[in-house]
Write a protein that binds this ligand. Structure first.
Ligand code: FPP
Ligand code: MG
Ligand code: MG
Length: 383
């Protein structure tokens, strides 16, 4: 039992689980076509933060010891996900093991399971699905943003070209969908399918801002609301709905399911606000991806919106998406001279505090301490 005030390393609590995850994900991504196999697995080779699966595993553990569960007669019969992945090939003849034209995969088809009895196989698989959906969104995002680097290496679009990067993202979504269907839980399927639609909606809101008067952009509070809704869709939806799904799979009582969702929603909003803040405050070398990129892409995120509120002269620059010579530089200066960065940090802190408050009545233990530590880490991260 973790005592209050003693910090725990979330990675240590479920680190063993995460170690198996990358291998399981690569198995989910096996394709009979060697080039597709290679592009699809490309982002699994570099070390990501694995924030989403880490949260799913911690939430699974934290809610497992919560006595608030659905009565047995109200629990749908949930089959454990223990089938080996080679059985993909029954329906999927692109699997290397079933394609006589392609050499056999050397990776074993044993589903790798480590020992934590508080985490269900279905929850472990959910963690992998969240990472697949996230990685698919990065493959597409780097094409849209024309990003040259990701995780301190060449982006997939740079390494393989836009066409292959887009198709690889689609392939990841396909395999994530198969894995999701195999959980045999309609509520979780609905939640995670909604996430995929939400990612696209968030990206669309970012491409075309309908809260702004294009001809004469003047700051108003609807613009901040629009930005927060977009932020929920592009980032917090995946985190909140996967936290919720882990509680659903654990047959938790409705109030526990709601608490896990509220935690994920608030932490997800804090996470993206910090991301948008780091775009103004951290170097590209630290981040392992382009920084200062949002303005270059024409995007007005929280630090700029707060600066705009007190500097109306930013309006025309926002309207033309910082496209004229000197616009990016001028906008950056105004953000740094105003308190845009600090207000963004404060808003992120408010959401991180709400995330922590959402799980206040979870039973004390290592996993709950890990979830609270994730709130702190989200605020302290530099990449
Ligand atoms: C990263 O944001 C991108 C996202 C959080 C979501 C991207 C979603 C899509 C491209 C929609 C289509 C995706 C799917 C899976 C259907 P960012 O560009 O602000 O961050 P970055 O600095 O990490 O690139
Ligand atoms: Mg991007
Ligand atoms: Mg983007």
């Amino acid at each position: 039992k973790a005592s209050p005030g003693v910090s725990v390393d979330p990675l240590r609590i479920v680190g063993k689980e995460l170690k198996f995850m990358s291998k399981n994900i690569r198995q989910l991504l096996g394709s009979g076509h060697p080039a597709l196999d290679n592009v699809a697995k490309y982002y699994t080779r570099s070390e990501g933060k694995h924030m989403r699966p880490l949260l799913v595993l911690l939430m699974s553990q934290a809610t497992a010891i919560d006595p608030r569960k659905l009565p047995a007669d109200q629990s749908p019969n949930k089959k454990p996900v223990d089938s080996p992945l080679s059985s993909f090939s029954i329906l999927d003849d692109s699997n290397p093991d079933f394609n006589p034209l392609v050499s056999k995969s050397t990776e074993s088809h044993q589903y790798n399971v480590s020992g934590d009895e508080n985490i269900l196989p279905s929850q472990r698989r959910l963690a992998e699905i969240t990472e697949l959906i996230h990685t698919a969104s990065l493959l597409h995002d780097d094409v849209i943003d024309n990003a040259e680097t990701r995780r301190a290496s060449s982006s997939a679009n740079t390494a393989f070209g836009n066409k292959m990067a887009v198709l690889a993202g689609d392939f990841l979504l396909g395999r994530a969908s198969v894995a999701l269907a195999r959980l045999r839980d309609p509520e979780v399927t609905e939640l995670m399918a909604t996430v995929i639609a939400n990612l696209v909606e968030g990206e669309f809101m970012q491409l075309k801002n309908t809260a702004q008067d294009e001809a004469k952009p003047v700051y108003n509070d609807d613009i901040l609301q629009y930005y927060l809704q977009k932020t929920y869709l592009k980032t917090a939806s995946l985190i909140s709905k996967s936290c919720r799904s882990s509680a659903v799979l654990g047959r938790c009582a409705p109030e526990v399911v709601e608490a896990s969702y509220a935690y994920g929603r608030n932490l997800g909003l804090a996470f993206q606000l910090v991301d948008d803040m780091l775009d103004y405050t951290v170097t590209a070398a630290e981040m392992g991806k382009p920084v200062g990129a949002d303005l270059e892409l024409g995007l007005a995120t929280a630090p700029l919106l707060f600066a705009w509120k007190s500097n109306p002269e930013l309006g025309p620059l926002v309207g033309r998406k910082f496209s004229e010579e000197g616009d990016v530089q001028k906008a950056r200066e105004l953000v740094h001279r105003s308190n845009g960065v600090e207000q963004t940090r404060q808003l992120a802190q408010d959401y991180a505090d709400k995330a922590a408050a959402a799980i206040a009545d979870f039973p004390e233990g290592e996993a709950k301490a890990g979830l609270l530590e994730m709130c702190e880490k989200t605020m302290q991260r530099r990449k």
